[in-house]
Design a protein around this ligand. Structure first.
Ligand code: 13P
Length: 253
């Protein structure tokens, strides 16, 4: 059985005070309301991690995540954050290859392959993002494009290390736009990705890989998406900034 995960990507939002309030609300609601076997992950800005870690404490259904890290372990990389620093404040998950990092900071598949190694070697879990632009989908190249992102950034991994990866399919045209992929479109891509993984690593590993959907996921559409057989949860942007919405998404299974 693969894990069901609902992760919130706060992106560059919230002052520390606002983030602490949001995290406290989520932790309380999850403790009182979440009955299903779902893992919620809060991927906050770096500056919030230490405080949010204390708020999460030993809450069972919530983990802490970062939105990025540096590919080097330490040294003269001004302004950067290492995996050891993340671990020292209780981080367990790291989002890698978000389309915003690919687009604004030039992160390529090859560069991300190195970051994936750094994160796995540190014992952290990468949430590896993939997804196509509208232009790529319209010319019918979306399956090749997204499966290639996996091939180039992940398929150098050993079976053991690949089994530690969480994947998030985030069609770029659905991110922050209010336009969600239909459940059929999302399921179709997730199925393709799982088949692609199976071809390389075998069905057992593919069946055990959590593949999350991201892109305008909200409390209204989450249940339909999560009901698809290859969708194992969500990576949530805007709706993760509202405690009620985020927890309701977690309860959508
Ligand atoms: P939205 O949920 O705001 O569309 O963002 C999705 C996303 O980019 C999560 O990483």
């Amino acid at each position: 059985m693969r894990n069901k995960i609902v992760a919130g990507n706060w992106k560059m939002n919230n002052t520390l005070e606002q983030g602490v309030t949001l995290a406290s609300e989520i932790v309380n609601m999850v403790a009182n309301e979440l009955t299903d076997d779902v893992k919620m992950v809060l991927c906050t800005p770096y500056i919030h991690l230490s405080s949010v870690s204390k708020i999460i404490g030993d809450a069972e259904k919530i983990s802490l995540g970062a939105q990025n890290c540096n590919d080097n372990l330490k040294g003269a990389y001004t302004g950067e954050i290492s995996v050891d620093m993340l671990k020292s404040v209780g981080v367990e998950y790291v989002i890698l290859g978000h389309s915003e990092r690919r687009e604004y900071y030039g992160e390529s598949n090859e560069f991300l392959a190195g970051k994936v190694n750094t994160v796995i070697e540190a014992g952290l879990t990468p949430i590896f993002c993939c997804g196509e632009t509208l232009e790529t989908r319209e010319r019918g190249a979306h399956f090749d494009f997204v499966t290639n992102q996996l091939t180039e950034s992940l398929f150098h991994l050993s079976v053991e290390n690949f089994s530690k990866i969480v994947i998030a399919y985030e069609p770029i045209w659905a991110i922050g736009t209010g336009v969600t992929a239909s459940k059929e479109q999302a399921q179709e891509m997730h199925e393709k990705l799982r088949a692609h993984i199976a071809k390389k690593y075998g069905t057992e590993i593919a069946d055990g890989t959590s593949i999350l959907y991201g892109g305008s996921c909200n409390p209204k559409n989450a249940a339909d998406l999560f009901a698809q057989k290859d969708i194992d949860g969500g990576l949530i942007g805007g709706a993760s900034l509202k405690s009620r919405d985020f927890v309701d998404i977690g309860k959508s299974y």
